[in-house]
Design a protein around this ligand. Sequence first.
Ligand code: HPA
Length: 242
Amino acid sequence: MRSKIAKVGIIGGSGVEELGFTAEFKDKKVKTRYGEVLVKTGLVKEKEVVFLNRHGWAYTAPGQINYLANLAALKEEGVGCIFATAAVGALHKKLAPGDLLLFDDLIDMTRKRVGSYDARAFIDMSTPYTPFLTEVVKKAAAGIKLKLEPNIIYVCTEGPRFETRAEIRLYKKFGGDVVGMTQVPEVILAAEISIPYAAIGVVTNYAAGVTSRRISAHEVLVVMKQRSAELARLLEAAIRAV
Ligand code: HPA
């Protein structure tokens, strides 16, 4: 059966500025009412792909990202779904640095972000990640024999600082599995403008206090780089499957 989704959006997070398959992609400026966004467009497995670097091509911090423009640009480009990637810290030792994850739910601990296009957007968030798309990623990983941990609960913090040990203890009690800074409001805006959205996490470190190691932005990027080939393989398989 041919897929109904002809165009796929990819949002690359920290350390995923370029994926292997974007080498031949062309730059394109997309104008939106929220600002201009630079994307890369090209073909992957005969499917049109629009690649967007979440932090912009000159790094923007998590709280300052123009999420409204990013999502509006992908809508403008007519993508039928979005696969996103995100670096995360693990809240417990069932996960380890380097693990690939699939987010299933979210706890919003951000404070200062514009979370919707419409102030009266009462959006259902009972399944923030689109179940059919999550299933596509799960099957794509199985198809290429890649280990992917599903059903992950993501806690989104304001950042850019990393968390305190007490905050991490609290988030663990809340039922979170991982912590990161960028899923809010991205996943919410995708729901608001009706673009199916799934997100793949990469554990880059244990969160504060889970081990005695200190956390650095550098180690986050190093682990992301180490896993970017696998991530590209998974995204390629998911693009082909959707
Ligand atoms: N905390 C918040 N965001 C992150 C972390 C972390 O430990 N690692 C990668 N992104």
